[in-house]
Design a protein around this ligand. Structure first.
Ligand code: PEP
Length: 220
């Protein structure tokens, strides 16, 4: 089980309060150094495909590695929704990060409109078509209608969708979308749910710790 906490553009808790936790932390850029210094497995929230260059506001894999960062999220739905991220740029970011030696959590998932139109599998097929299996690649299935909304996919829906994803790309798949301490156990009990990408609940140390403890109780 892999549990990752995405702090988004929030300052987040004191990294020292998470010491010893078996989890990945994805803080905003300004807190990467503090998280690394606290001994946490630290991922960025984004990474560019070029090693350096005139790309204002972006960050590269070598610069992250220099800081002790171990990996990066790629293609979070908020990047796709608000910052023009496409399947092509997700592929470029993922490939460059993996080649440079970073681990990657690549995010996929359908919008509410796509789900209502019955397009979930087509969307996932399209999003996954640009990615290739790699030992350091993990996917996060994050239905956009479940992110930050309090709506969670049922464990059965998560299982069914994760199995579909793995039939296309055989790598571990995390579930993301309003995962909380009180719904984590049902999700983690599913055979093809390999962990969680946690947004809101990762900002609260007690909630995040409870989710990590629930994951630790699942036999591997
Ligand atoms: C996320 O940010 O990836 C996420 C799943 O957020 P939340 O847990 O708040 O829905």
């Amino acid at each position: 089980m892999l549990i990752a906490g995405n702090w988004k553009m929030f300052r987040g808790p004191d990294p020292a309060s998470l010491a010893g936790l078996d989890a990945v932390i994805c803080p905003p850029f300004t807190r990467l150094r503090d998280c690394v210094a606290a001994g946490l497995t630290t991922y960025a929230q984004n990474v560019h495909w070029e090693p350096e260059g005139a790309y204002t506001g972006e960050i590269s894999a070598p610069l992250l590695l220099e800081l002790g960062v171990a990996g990066s999220l790629v293609g979070h739905s908020e990047r796709r929704q608000y910052f023009g991220e496409t399947d092509e740029t997700v592929a470029k970011r993922t490939r460059a990060a993996l080649d440079a030696g970073l681990r990657v959590i690549a995010c996929v998932g359908e919008t509410p409109e796509e789900r209502e139109r019955g397009e979930t599998e087509d969307v996932l097929r399209r999003q996954l078509s640009v990615l290739e299996p790699h030992d350091d690649l993990v996917l996060a299935y994050e239905p956009v209608w479940a992110i930050g909304t309090g709506l969670t996919a049922t464990p059965e829906t998560a299982q069914e969708t994760h199995a579909f994803i793995k039939s296309l790309l055989d790598v571990p798949v995390l579930y993301g979308g309003s995962v909380k301490a009180d719904n984590a156990a049902g999700l983690f009990a599913q055979a093809d749910v390999d962990g969680a990408l946690v947004g809101g609940a990762s900002l609260d140390v007690d909630s995040f710790r409870a989710i990590c403890e629930t994951a630790a109780r699942i036999p591997s």
